[in-house]
Design a binder for this molecule. Sequence first.
Ligand code: GLA
Ligand code: ZN
Length: 683
Amino acid sequence: MKNFVFDRPIGKLIHGGDYNPEQWLDRPDILKADIEYMKKARINEATIGVFSWSVYEPREGEFHFEWLIDVMDRLYENGIYSIVATPSGARPAWMDLKYPEVMRTNGMGIRNRHGLRHNHCLSSEIYRNKVRLIDRKLAECAGSHPGLLMWHISNEYGGECYCDNCKNRFREYLKKRFGNDIEKLNHEWWTTFWSARYESFDEIEPPYENGQTAIMGLNLEWKRFTSWNFADFAKTEADTLRQYSSRDDIPVTTNLMKQFYDIDYRVLTAQMDTISWDSYPEFHNDRETYADTMLESAFDNALLRGLKRGRPFMLMESTPGVVNWMDYNKLRRPGVHMQFSLQAIASGSDTVQYFQFRKSRGAAEQFHGGVIGHDGTDGTRIFREVAATGEMLEELADVEGTVPVSKAAVLFDWDNWWAIDGSGGFAKTTRRYPQTCSEYWKKLLQLGVEADIISANDPFDGYSLIIAPMLFLLRDECARRIRDFVSRGGIILGTYMMGYINENCLCHLGGFPGAGLSEVFGIVSEEIDTLYPTDTNTVNITDERFRDSNWKVRDYAEVLKVGDADVIGVYTDDYYKGGAALTCKKYGSGAAYYQAARSAPDEMEGFLKTLLKDADIECADIPKGIEYHRRSDGDKVFEFYLNTSEGSITVGDTTLAPKESLVVARGDGAGETKKKYCFKYKS
Ligand code: GLA
Ligand code: ZN
């Protein structure tokens, strides 16, 4: 069975986004015009109710959903689906005044006041009950509506709370995690250091900013706890919706953000049917080219898509114009929105959605872009590009349900990220874990290979090449699976900082990479050098099979003791000149490569190509300046060529102008071209 974004095919790609009719209930003329504009822009979905709690329940226990059903009815009559959100992202004032414990407490232990959004405690039973009740009412009211397409839970979960309820819940969580054995926790957290030993779980406090922050295991477990608490909270929301909707075909999602530090999205999304996320690249900034911004956005799509392998995702929010929260809120230039939208589709999204359909008239986001602005007309550049995007999506309806498929994977894990950042070593500003992962991924994409991004805890089957950048936190279980993967013929590239600590932040003993991996790689990393930005060194590639000559070394360089690995690159400078910097050990029927120093994957092209070839992964031959993606369901194939450069580029017999894109649709097997589409926004 194919994995559809809505659990079933709906025969189209979704074009829509956040819609706030509750801000305009006194303007029926505007609500009427909205529907006409939606149809004109080929918008077939509206996400409603994201922050509507104070309209749904203006006074405690008094519920008003009539307006919602009315809006859903009118949308549905006009062929527009609704995605209905639970309102738990922001609370009405009455609740905070009556039940202050629902508000969040910061890292200094001080409780916030009423206001803003995302300002709630996840451990407050009062808050959980209030959310359960409103979600239940919502499900009972809207959960049978024929226009309902999906439930959208809350909004961009994030942050953390340090209140007493959270502290107690953390202690309960730790008891489970350590089998109620305080000595086990003391050992794993190495609490004899600075006299941090605990006598009982009741002595443990969260890592308050002005409190105990010297125990790496505690800091890491607090992050894990917060993720777990979010997931648990999301589960109560999802379960309530599932229980009280009379329709049972409504999938559940929550909107995520890019490279978001607070929450382990793999833990959170275990409760969700579909991945959806909000993408706001900083186009036209003063640091990088348009192509670079696009490439980073492609990485983010892959990162989020990787949370549910083999299933398309949703671009839940984007702006067709500006946002209002960046340092500089630059307008998207003509053609950018359309190509950005196509990129999301090319990367595996089955939707293009906006924040927001109509700009709000007042309050914090009044100057955030929308499909309809304060002029209230469809006669704008933004509207025209949105409408052209709608047409494009209609033409690409067949893409629905296909996905990018890859034999290459890059590992990325949240707890590894937290552990690297929280480690008491290395350099403060150059750890750059997500950036490092993205650099490998982007290089592979430029070589014509769109890798999956998976967790070190995910199954490795189906992959022949795995790149494991900075796998600092290494579980025994993961080490075992890496060993199996390689011995059964897989190729792995491990790097500096691999296998230093276990899941509780205790260093592996007996040489890094630990947990038995130094045997798989045939090396031991004896020391790691942290370089200043002005320090230089080079890796000289001594094996010509790899076709690279020299890689510049930046930031980190390990000094290796080589066991039974082959040395294929050596340092050219410093006291470790001539020492191994790149090694390979054949292990079982596979190979384990170890890269001891940081170099830009951009300089590692020959090496990476050789690895791909050895892993039997075909590189599509992509002209420079084209961003290439491919989606397939094993039957249909779609190839996407996006010209993100500043000049014209020819692909086959098609010449693409800047910001022009080509989509080639093929059937399976025969490989014949069925159809070609070119998309460029003409202003
Ligand atoms: C986020 C939120 C939206 C809105 C947009 C503005 O993605 O989910 O409610 O605030 O940002 O860009
Ligand atoms: Zn709390």
